[in-house]
Design a protein around this ligand. Sequence first.
Ligand code: A2P
Length: 218
Amino acid sequence: GQLEEVSMPLFFGWFLCPAFQDKLRSMAKDFLKTLQGLEAFKEHLSDFTGEAEKEVDLEQYFQDKGMLHCTTKFCDYGKADGSKEYAEQQIVKDRYGSMSELKLSTLVLTPRTLGARVSLTEDQLRLWPAGVEKEGAPEADLPPGSRAHITLGCAEGVEPVQTGLDLLELVLLQQQGQEGERAQDLDLGSLAYYGKGVWVLSLHEPGLAPACFCSYYG
Ligand code: A2P
């Protein structure tokens, strides 16, 4: 009925507890500060500025996109394909409003986006929509959940949806056996460079972020 259409959210997802949002933001800040001081990063600075000599302030370069969350299904108020089917699944109804822990394994930085990769558990994967990997990387065959992430920031003019697409590109490279060029061991984790301005920090200790599964209406 009409009310059902009205009630379709912008998206479903896991929303990080406020205390952990602060923690993750400050972790990202530390990472940006450290990265832009590294010689290895400076060597590839033109990936970000278009010019080799120009300085870049990564903290300003990546704009905050609001409350931190991991999108499951982007519904666009019901306009996106499969929204209704997703919302009507029993597991979505059962888990709505429940807490779980998101495992953050990696930070991924590109000239477009800064994000945290999320490794979903079997149970969390039951809430993951079918087809979103194929939609983002039609030529690839990536396991469900490959796209799961938290957008931490976007370059000017870049939409948050790009973070998941950047992640899929990286996962595809890794699936093809690329490990990146090992750059440095940082306090937070080990850093690798994948070319074209793509930097990947594998955290020594994955972060566990308490999060609530629900939806956002905007
Ligand atoms: P993400 O999950 O990568 O952060 P917007 O503010 O652009 O309307 O987006 C709202 C949220 O929905 C953001 O979290 C965004 O990206 C996600 N999103 C936007 N468009 C899509 C899409 N086409 N597919 C999947 N997620 C999307």
